[in-house]
Design a protein around this ligand. Structure first.
Ligand code: ATP
Ligand code: MG
Length: 469
């Protein structure tokens, strides 16, 4: 959740405080305010590497009010969502207070805000809890008077450097194979300049099928329509006031050379199991296209940022807009492989000429930057009618045309038109009196359906074509 000025305020009363004491004496803490100033501000935060610009006091997030929130890696505006494990909540209590009475509240804060670590102290005792699903567990405790003996343990858990180091491993909870850098991460763009041919449907369900085969999958939505972002369940708001994607999506990744890494922007999506990661898109991509176009690095930045996560993922799938625009170009430049979904109808077929021309210019650019050309995995027949007569008399000639007339490879797998595919992305859940979108992949919606089997076949064929089977 991105915090706007109404939801969020901080009061860095100690911002300019010179840190004189580097030791801590719990006997000097006689009330809650002294626990805050003497233990947390003067001793703990500096000892853990948090400079005054990286922590905030009295942070209000909706109905939650935190004593302290320290960020290992965050940018403005502050975001508390899938990326908030890179922050620590610190709660100070009066020395007479029993910490046991405050654990439930800390649990509420950590689970609600998805912050991985919480420190709870009354000065006499220090405890660190970690988020574990919908619960928290105690991972460290010591007496206040022993804190200096244990400071390296505390640093290892919640020190700024440790959290940052671990952030490069933030995708590890995907609970999948360890990539170990043996096999290169493969980047596949899914593109056709014709709209509505099944690009997004292919990206999200292929991602799910690959994930079920044990691959670590990252999906990038580069289409301002944000259909992939929706289909992977990342759009939970029904009012633009609550839009938590606006300030943290693929646009920021492309706009900034230094900030907004993939690991910062990608969100975990449980629209399929095992979960995958998704870099969301936003409608703002549209209005920023020409500005972005004028940036020298706009065509290269995605390549660079993807290189930073090369050990975190096996396969990256990029969804593209139905256009020959900058975003489609960026997607193809960054990719090793291309899948071209097509309903094989006459317009889609004629569009293949544009696609081929586009690939040619992209490959020209790739040559200049010393990257190998795009490998076309094939045209993927999508949304194909199941009518037996159509299959018998029309489908085969259309398939033949792709290779004979347009000289493009074609997938053996065919994705037929099936109700389940449309239905699975329209799933909702009831929350109070609100109906919230809760899309799932077709493989999770109906694992035994023909449609699910088609995507399993597609995953197999793709893996075999990219040498990962
Ligand atoms: N095989 C299929 N069976 C049934 N419905 C499908 C199938 N494939 C796609 N659809 C439906 O067709 C519509 C368009 O599909 P999709 O969004 O995947 O196309 P797209 O190429 O990504 O479109 P755009 O170019 O607008 O991004 C969606 O409503 C989707 O649910
Ligand atoms: Mg689409």
């Amino acid at each position: 959740m991105a915090l706007d000025s109404n939801e969020w305020y901080c009061n860095n009363t100690y911002l300019f405080l010179e840190v004189i004491n580097v030791t801590f004496n719990p006997a000097l803490c006689r009330n809650e305010s002294e626990v805050e100033s003497k233990l947390i501000v003067q001793y703990l935060l500096p000892a853990l590497g948090y400079t005054p610009d990286t922590w905030h006091q009295e942070v209000a997030v909706g109905s939650i009010r935190l004593d302290f929130l320290a960020f290992a890696a965050q940018v403005i505006p502050f975001v508390l969502d899938a990326n908030s494990p890179l922050s620590v909540v610190m709660e100070a209590k009066h020395p007479q207070q029993n910490l046991d009475n405050h654990v439930l509240r800390l649990r509420y804060y950590l689970t609600k805000l998805n912050v991985k670590y919480g420190l709870l102290t009354n000065g006499r005792e220090i405890r660190i809890y970690t988020l574990n699903g919908n619960d928290i567990c105690l991972v460290f405790s010591c007496l206040g008077k022993e804190i200096e003996e244990h400071i390296s343990q505390i640093q290892a858990l919640i020190g700024r450097d440790s959290l940052n180091k671990n952030s490069s491993k933030r995708f590890e909870n995907q609970d999948l194979n360890d990539n170990q850098g043996e096999q290169k991460m493969k980047i596949i763009s899914v593109y056709h300049n014709k709209g509505g041919v099944g690009k997004t449907t292919t990206v999200v369900n292929l991602a799910a099928a690959l994930s079920k085969k044990g691959k670590k999958v990252l999906v990038i939505d580069l289409d301002s329509q944000a259909n992939t972002t929706f289909a992977t369940g990342l759009i939970k708001f029904d009012d633009e006031e609550n839009d938590d994607i606006k300030d943290l999506n693929i646009l920021q990744v492309l706009q900034s050379e230094e900030f907004y890494s993939i690991s910062e922007v990608a969100r975990k999506s449980s629209f399929c199991q095992p979960a995958i990661y998704v870099v969301p898109a936003h409608i703002d991509l549209m209005k920023n296209e020409s500005d972005l176009n004028s940036l020298d690095y706009s065509r290269l930045i995605l390549i660079e940022k993807l290189a930073d996560v090369k050990n975190d993922f096996d396969v990256v799938l990029i969804d593209t807009p139905p256009s020959l625009n900058l975003y489609a170009r960026i997607a193809l430049i960054a990719a090793d492989y291309l899948i071209i979904p097509s309903d094989l109808k006459p317009f889609a077929n004629q569009g293949l000429l544009n696609v081929k021309e586009f690939i040619k210019t992209v490959n020209g650019f790739k040559k200049q930057i010393k990257q190998p050309p795009l490998e076309i995995l094939g045209v993927l027949p999508c949304k194909i009618p199941t009518n037996p007569k159509f299959i018998q008399y029309t489908l085969y000639p259309r398939i033949q045309k792709v290779s004979q007339k347009y000289d493009l490879p074609i997938f053996d797998t065919v994705i037929y038109e099936r109700d389940d595919l449309a239905k699975c992305s329209e799933q909702t859940i009831q929350m109070g009196d609100m109906e919230i979108a809760d899309p799932v992949s077709v493989l999770d919606f109906k694992p035994n359906s023909t449609s699910a089997q088609e995507f399993e076949l597609l995953a197999k064929e793709v893996l075999s074509k990219i040498g990962m089977l």
